[in-house]
Write a protein that binds this ligand. Sequence first.
Ligand code: PRX
Length: 634
Amino acid sequence: MGQRYEAFHRRSIGDREGFWAEQAKLIDWHKPFGQVLDYSRPPFARWFIGGQTNLCHNAIDRHLATQAEKPALIYVSTETGEERVYTFAELQREVVTMAAILGSQGVGRGDRVLIYMPMVPQAVFAMLACARIGAIHSVVFGGFASNSLAARIDDATPKVIVSADAGSRGGKAIAYKPLLDEAIRLASHNPARVLMVNRGLAPMDVVAGRDLDYETLRAKYRDADVPVVWLESNEISYTLYTSGTTGQPKGVQRDVGGYAVALAASMRHIFCGNAGETYFSTSDIGWVVGHSYIVYAPLIAGMATILYEGTPIRPDAGILWQLVEKYQVSLMFSAPTAIRVLKKQDPALLTKYDTSSLRSLFLAGEPLDEPTARWITEGLGRPVIDNYWQTESGWPILGLANGVEQMSTKLGSPGVPMYGYDLHLLHEQTGEEVGANEKGVVAIMPPLPPGCMQTVWGDDERFVETYFTTIPGKMAYSTFDWGIRDDDGYYFILGRTDDVINVAGHRLGTREIEESVSHHASVAECAVIGVADSLKGQVAMAFVVLKDAAAAADPAEAARLEREILAVVDRQLGAVARPVRAHFVTALPKTRSGKVLRRAIQAVCEHRDPGDLTTIEDVAALDGVRKAVVGSDG
Ligand code: PRX
């Protein structure tokens, strides 16, 4: 770590208030804040007390004076062939219109709006419209199906849901409306209105009195004027659900001012983006990267942002680089899986286009393996910067602050602790600091910096309980990741400490998948684990004990049951959560106290030594897992 950055980081911890007061100058405040940090109720941190600001104002309105006619949102769909550039002025028009539509349905400050959308500009309009009027948006990833969606509807209790007839993947329409209708039927909460964007991709059943047509209302409110609602810095901007150890997803809740400052600061110090340039993140608006680095951060920085609907290999594996050339992209953000997908394609496509506008490619969301990092760094001839963070943090925890001081990358490491994070590696059992090159839990000493989650939506207790009580003897925020630090202060992430898995950069809770598998009438018990996969990082695999063990004896019947079980997950949670296999076993390996030994199952699946098995109840159960896996490998 360089001296300059070291001092910068030290100050961010030693003089939190001074440091963040300076960063706060990067955004517009309608009314200045009085106090920088209120930490009177640990571990809850409140930033920029009394200050009034607005995310939509900072993302759009404040740029109108200087760059109204410059591109703000660049929409590209290789699925439908649509391509459209919205200037800041045009984006403002659309957002204000959307705000007027939401307002006409009674949505106001503090009301929730659930957004269940494919990658279409209206999804961004809806997010920014909520931000403009102080409504709280809750975007649900379009790859989730009815049961996942229903759980989120019940938790967020939205007044309005914004959705579309369909998404599209690989040229095939995926109808959203039937999933949404089913989710509303399953949920106990009923939204008053459902605003539908009709892309003409799939037929829709319209529910009279509830469903509204976006284009009709857009025409009606085309000239509406909806002023920005100034919000106290600690009001809620959005909730975003993420998976944890339990089956019930957590609504990560964020503020307004802290988030705006954190994103603006990250654009300056970590991403090094400037107004007038173009940012291209290949993520989805349903994930945190989409919130922070498709929508809010680039726009707050006055950059144009690309919203891309499509895969990295269609029409061919040169599409991302073609877009870089066409829109003169300066900064790109993607996930290791996307790069591993490209690695399997014609390497000539990597150099076919002029990518000289690109300064850096940032990758996050899952471990970046060295061969992939090397391949893309050499192929592109540009710095590839791994960075590590979580839905909870909203912006990088580990990375390189090249805007403060040029720092060297280390293959396999997402970098060093970012400013504002008082990061430690703690011993799982003793809570003591571990030494250099020793494995520990990556933990943050509170207060968490601006931009991080305020709490779990509607459940302060769960926030404290989940994140701040697992490390013995200390009130420290656990990331639930294992890490190790080398002598130079660079961290390496070694996987999760809990039951969360990471499939192609998508964070999934195995408990949620287990609950879904158990919905099949023939299932007595099951365990879902993550197994290493060369393309997706991890894939989910299910081990199922049937009520009638004999049912799986006949291979044809077993195959039919497996298909059925996987279809249940598909229907309830979505294809993103579907295990690659459901293996039938007669018993699950458990401890004597009845806890399923997931780590031992995982080790067996990955052909590793399962380690210490002294607590196992029945060794034969693990052999059963081994046989099931070997049988399918062979
Ligand atoms: O396990 C870590 C992994 O992804 C988790 C967070 O996922 P999510 O909440 O979806 O947020 C993603 C934001 C980029 C982490 O707890 N993870 C994220 N980035 C990395 C990573 N693992 C290794 N290296 C990374 N760069």
